[in-house]
Design a protein around this ligand. Structure first.
Ligand code: MV4
Length: 491
């Protein structure tokens, strides 16, 4: 493989090109009119504009991207995450064009993209699954019987969904029919596929996922877990590896299951198997993501493995460079996603000009970003500015390093979720490791973010007291009958 086209933008395009460069592979960027001067375009050896800003007219145009790749004699296409990365048809078209799709087979993408077919393919393996139906529910009365057997609350999920889209909790039998109809119509309009199924609702789970790597010679390894329970409306905000709740036995068992899931669909490349872990530490297979994930750096930090390099090696037909026994966890990594969103204002997107942009640095700090000072954050794409990753010898060190890195990070021009990241890093439940997927909902309100300013207020109060004591002989007493006008003047 001499030349790779990266069918993506932003930090992940840059991330992929960096590994390609280390391997002596030429890179091709594709870009929209909004990204003409973006770092991924400047970094690439060649770059081609593929259309106007909206993704539907640029980054999602599979056929156009393939024709660019053919024109430039590209050997492989890396899809990154999002956009075309989990589009089986695109992967198929790439392969048909005689270009290597750097990812799994179209068949594996298709099987795992549909939750019911994923359940069906792993059935021959001993993989724990949440009690529920393994086929689409057609008949309401039949479904009600199943729900009663499972016990309420239950969850209705869209088979074509994923990442929380199209899910409905049903607390009691009376609500079942209405909720099911809503779920089906939602699934039809969102995915053009009305198949839904039911599962027991696991009330307070942790979201733990296992990274896997498979080559074309039948070797499959896992690279341990990532803890992704800190989410807001199905958007991950903090991820870490390893998880503070897994015992060595549990890690081994989940790792084995993840490998079996990969084997069940003849998986190739880097993939992620998602599990829920309940409060009794029972784990259940949820779904498999057939792409490189946003949060892959925390796995890279604790294993020392460059996942993109391994994806490329595997796509070239090489054997994995290591076996399971060669892999071990070393240290602890934390990732905070920095979004251009105002956490004080319900996480409203806050796009605009990056007037000042200063990255943190120093030991154990990694910043994966795709912006430079002076750039405009476009409205057309995901508002993620960067991923801030810290590495330490243990969890405590990685948390303290994250606090330090956040304090060094200066972004002016747009509001970011950095203060929210600081809030998480300071929160006793997070620091103790005792949290689940309800962390944000349970502990965060927009007032939480004034906690930093609370500290400042305290300092101001101390200072005022000190001054008052020092100057008490020269201070004149304000008449007690005269009410302060301070508030009124301020209004
Ligand atoms: C669940 C669940 C509880 N019980 N399934 C949300 C994302 C999608 N991958 C699956 N999700 C869930 N499935 C059962 N049977 C709770 C969630 C869930 C969740 C999972 C992981 C991380 C955050 C979450 C937030 C809300 C719900």
């Amino acid at each position: 493989m001499k030349k790779i086209l990266v069918a993506n933008r932003g930090e992940i395009a840059l991330r992929v090109m960096r590994s390609a460069k280390e391997m002596g592979i030429q890179t091709v960027a594709v870009f929209s009119e909004a990204d003409r001067c973006a770092p991924h375009v400047l970094y690439a050896d060649e770059a081609v504009c593929i259309g106007p800003a909206p993704s539907s007219q640029s980054y999602l145009l599979g056929a156009k991207i393939i024709s660019v790749a053919l024109d430039l004699n590209v050997d492989g296409i890396h899809p990154g995450y999002g956009f075309l990365s989990e589009n089986a048809e695109f992967a198929d078209l790439v392969n048909q064009a005689g270009i290597e799709f750097i990812g799994p087979s179209p068949k594996a993408i298709g099987l795992m993209g549909d939750k019911l077919s994923a359940k069906a393919v792993v059935k021959g393996y001993d993989i724990p699954m949440v009690p529920g139906t393994d086929e689409a529910i057609e008949d309401v009365d039949e479904a009600k019987l199943v729900a009663r057997e499972i016990g309420f609350p239950i969850l209705i999920k869209a088979s074509a969904g994923g990442g929380g889209k199209g899910m409905r909790i049903v607390n009691q039998e009376e609500d079942f029919e209405v909720q099911m109809k809503l779920a089906v119509s939602e699934a039809v309009s969102a995915f053009a596929n009305g198949a839904v199924f039911i599962e027991k609702y696991i009330a307070s789970p942790r979201h733990i996922e296992i990274q896997v790597l498979a080559d074309k010679h039948g070797n499959v390894v896992h690279l341990f877990e990532r803890e992704c329970s800190i989410q807001r409306r199905h958007q991950k905000v903090v991820e870490e590896a390893p998880s503070s709740v897994l015992t060595e036995d549990l890690r081994l068992a989940m790792g084995k299951c993840a490998i079996d899931v990969a084997k069940s669909c003849d998986y190739i490349g880097a993939g992620t198997v998602e599990f829920l872990l309940d409060e009794h530490k029972n784990f259940y297979f949820l779904e498999m993501n057939t792409r490189l994930q946003v949060e892959h750096p925390v796995t890279e930090m604790i294993t020392g493995v460059d996942l993109v390099k391994q994806q490329i090696r595997v796509a070239r037909g090489e054997q994995l460079a290591f076996s399971q026994d060669d892999l071990k966890i070393s240290g602890h990594a934390m990732e905070v996603r920095v979004y251009a969103e105002d956490a004080r204002n319900n996480f409203l997107p806050d796009i605009g000009l990056l007037k000042s942009y200063k990255r943190p640095g120093g030991i154990g700090v990694r910043v994966d970003d795709g912006f430079e000072e002076g750039m405009e954050i476009p409205i057309h794409y995901d508002p993620m500015i960067s991923k801030l990753i810290t590495y330490g010898q243990d969890r405590n060190e990685s948390i303290k390093r994250m606090r330090r890195a956040i304090s060094e990070y200066h972004v002016v021009g747009v509001q970011t979720t950095l203060p929210f990241g600081a809030f998480v890093m300071e929160h006793p439940a997070f620091v103790s490791g005792d949290f689940d997927t309800h962390f944000v909902g349970a502990y965060f309100t927009s007032e939480s973010l004034s906690s930093a300013t609370q500290e400042e207020k305290k300092i101001a109060a101390w200072f005022a007291t000190k001054l008052m004591i020092e100057k008490k002989n020269t201070l004149t007493v304000v008449s007690t009958s005269e009410k302060s006008q301070w508030r009124k003047n301020r209004m």
